[in-house]
Design a protein around this ligand. Structure first.
Ligand code: NDP
Length: 341
């Protein structure tokens, strides 16, 4: 069983050498006797920014920091059931959910609640790591439930070309909003405008003054900010929010590798503008998954929503793919193919 393990706890920016490819010589392709879990063959793995936050040591006990040196990285993926000790799954079923960065995983009964059976296979299976999986549900719950969008509102999205951002932008366009996104390269900016239909997009790395850039695109201010980045970006946005604007705090990727997160300086502007800032975690919105599928699957099939993936081959490519999320190497949803069947 080939595996990617965490070699040592990570400090600062993650490096490929924080992880290691290991091959265990014996594979027992059998569930332990009496197990009520499932044995799966992993097909596609998802690289997600939150994994970095699980790779560091912490003295504070947290159910979120689950990775330990010497053990395989865990994360979302698409897999095929080889053997099942749970009546809800049978051999041959395709599932998405939490699995391991390895060829074969045993998902025990305590983790099985996070597995979803894949019923629609007339779309690329890898989509269940992205648009039809955790990041897709994040975009859906974050935009529709947390932002409460209205037609004509002005929406800004940071890290807009990524797994979550590209979808938020398209939802916002379908809701009749004016949508602007930022990303870190010209190629990504072109994608936002030409493929995902954003009204405007800019390269934040080429803007010496983010406040001025936002004033250029939002002369009347921002109604909804979908926050993926944090730090200086959030500070600039706070200066540009409209009265009773909403900020959905989805992530703060610019802060994950810092020993001490940067401070936020412009928070006072939320008082007189009555801005609502709300964080959210997708795990608390899983009950919306079926409703989400009913919206997104037809939209994909009718060509109303499109999705860009950045696919690399083989478990050995997974460490660099994960590290690449923090340098912006990925163009779209970062997927690792472990096996095609
Ligand atoms: P992406 O596919 O967008 O990949 C990450 C991107 O972030 C990179 O490509 C890069 O794009 C950008 N980035 C990296 N470092 C920085 C930085 N220092 N400053 C600004 N941008 C940076 O990732 P996802 O779409 O999967 O995730 C987006 C956000 O959503 C993350 O913050 C993530 O943690 C969060 N998230 C939250 C969830 C929740 O439940 N709340 C669930 C899933 C994701 P660029 O080239 O544009 O810089």
């Amino acid at each position: 069983n080939k595996q990617v393990i965490l070699r040592a706890y990570v400090t600062g920016f993650p490096k490929e050498s924080d992880m290691q490819l290991r091959t265990t010589s014996t594979i027992t392709l059998k569930l332990p006797q009496g197990s009520t879990g499932v044995l799966v063959k992993n097909l596609y793995l998802s690289c997600d920014p939150y994994t970095r936050t699980q790779m560091q040591h912490s003295d504070t006990p947290s159910s979120f920091r689950t990775l330990t040196p010497g053990s395989p990285i865990t994360g979302f993926g698409v897999a095929k059931i080889l053997e099942s000790g749970d009546a809800r799954f049978k051999q041959g079923d395709l599932v998405w959910g939490l699995t391991g960065w390895e060829e074969y995983s045993v998902i025990n009964a305590t983790k099985i609640e996070s597995l979803f059976k894949i019923k629609n296979t007339d779309v690329p299976l890898s989509y269940y790591t992205g648009i039809l999986g955790m990041p897709g549900l994040t975009a859906y719950a974050g935009f529709y439930e947390v932002c409460s969008p209205k037609k004509g509102e002005r929406v800004y999205i940071s890290a807009a070309s990524g797994a979550v951002g590209q979808l938020v932008g398209q939802f916002a366009k379908l809701s009749g909003c004016y949508v602007v996104g930022s990303a870190g390269t010209k190629e990504k900016v072109d994608l936002l405008k030409n493929k995902f239909g954003f009204d405007e997009a800019f390269n934040y790395k080429e803007e010496p003054n983010l406040d001025a850039a936002l004033k250029r695109y939002f002369p009347e201010g921002i109604d909804i900010y979908f926050e993926n980045v944090g730090g200086k970006m959030l500070d600039a946005v706070l200066l540009n929010m409209r009265f009773r604007g909403r900020i959905a705090v989805c992530g703060m990727i610019s802060q994950y590798n810092l020993e001490k997160p940067e401070g936020v300086h412009n928070l006072m502007s939320v008082i007189y503008k009555e801005v609502r800032i709300q964080g959210f975690g997708v795990l608390n919105y899983y009950h919306l998954y079926e409703k989400f599928l009913e919206t997104v699957l037809p939209a994909i099939k009718e060509g109303k929503i499109t999705y860009v993936e950045d696919v690399v081959e083989g478990l050995e490519s997974a460490p660099s793919a994960l590290v690449g999320l923090f340098t912006g190497r990925n163009i779209g949803k970062q997927v690792v193919v472990v096996s095609q069947e």
